[in-house]
Design a protein around this ligand. Structure first.
Ligand code: BGC
Length: 246
């Protein structure tokens, strides 16, 4: 069965039908730019546009870039602040006419990688970091996920937060070279290693496509690997979340 997965990001909203038997997209992706300002109403219209594009009806999985508990957004780092306290599932379901199941975007991506990708069969401690406008995180121990870990919001140098130091959003905003960015990101990974002693880091998000270009700058005791599904992990994980939650 194909389930629609939608990965809501700060700059783009991407959807595709997903085959959960194969753990992969079963067709093309459709992307719309995230409306600015990214209010619940505007985002719901964009979300519905994706559902309509696929002429889909059925459960829809949604990865959302915030702390998500019981379908409600509890933070809004890179989206409009009016999301805080809003039930994502209710707003999106009403706009598209299908039941929507929402979870944190990095948790969705992490679940997909653990089930079908780079984390499959990993039984130790695994941290997935998604590198995009922000830094998302997913934490697994013996295959079990601890949700909403928000490692991108670790308090970092000068009272800043880590995602303002080494996300790809920070790289463009601060106009730093890829090499300088990789040096910063390596510092961040080494700090996570000090705190959690993972066995494996999986790197996802838009930046993971460039892994070959920056891997030489990364050095941890833990293994480091790009997400096997690259930036599609969020879509696949969202579909998988809907399938389990419906
Ligand atoms: C948000 C997280 C999200 C990450 C990636 C962060 O700013 O706080 O919830 O997972 O960005 O989108």
């Amino acid at each position: 069965m194909n389930i629609l997965g939608i990965d809501v990001g700060a700059s783009g909203i991407k959807g595709a039908l997903v085959s959960l038997q194969k753990g992969q997209l079963s067709g093309e992706r459709y992307r719309v730019p995230t409306p600015q300002p990214s209010t619940p109403h505007a985002m719901a219209q964009a979300f519905a546009e994706i559902v309509n594009f696929f002429e889909y009806s059925g459960p829809v999985g949604c990865g959302f870039p915030a702390i998500v508990k019981n379908g409600v957004a509890h933070s809004a780092a890179n989206i409009d602040k009016s999301w805080i306290g809003v039930n994502i599932q209710d707003v999106f379901s009403e706009a598209c006419g299908c039941p929507v199941f929402a979870t944190n975007d990095a948790d969705a991506a992490g679940m997909a990688e653990m089930r079908f990708g780079a984390g499959k069969g990993e039984n130790g401690l695994v941290i997935m970091i998604t590198i995009g406008t922000g830094l998302g995180s997913a934490l697994f121990y013996k295959g079990e996920m601890i949700p909403n870990t928000e490692m991108g919001h670790l308090i970092w140098k000068n009272g800043n937060i880590a995602e303002h130091y080494c996300s790809s959003g920070a790289r463009s905003r601060l106009k730093i070279s890829r090499k300088e960015w990789a040096r910063r990101f390596n510092e961040y990974l080494q700090h996570l290693e000090l705190l959690f002693s993972p066995d494996l880091f999986i790197l996802g998000g838009g930046e993971s496509k460039l892994f070959e270009q920056f891997k030489e700058h990364l050095q941890t005791r833990a293994r480091i690997t790009p997400a096997r599904m690259l930036n599609n992990a969020g879509i696949i994980g969202a579909a998988s979340y809907a399938s389990e939650s419906r």
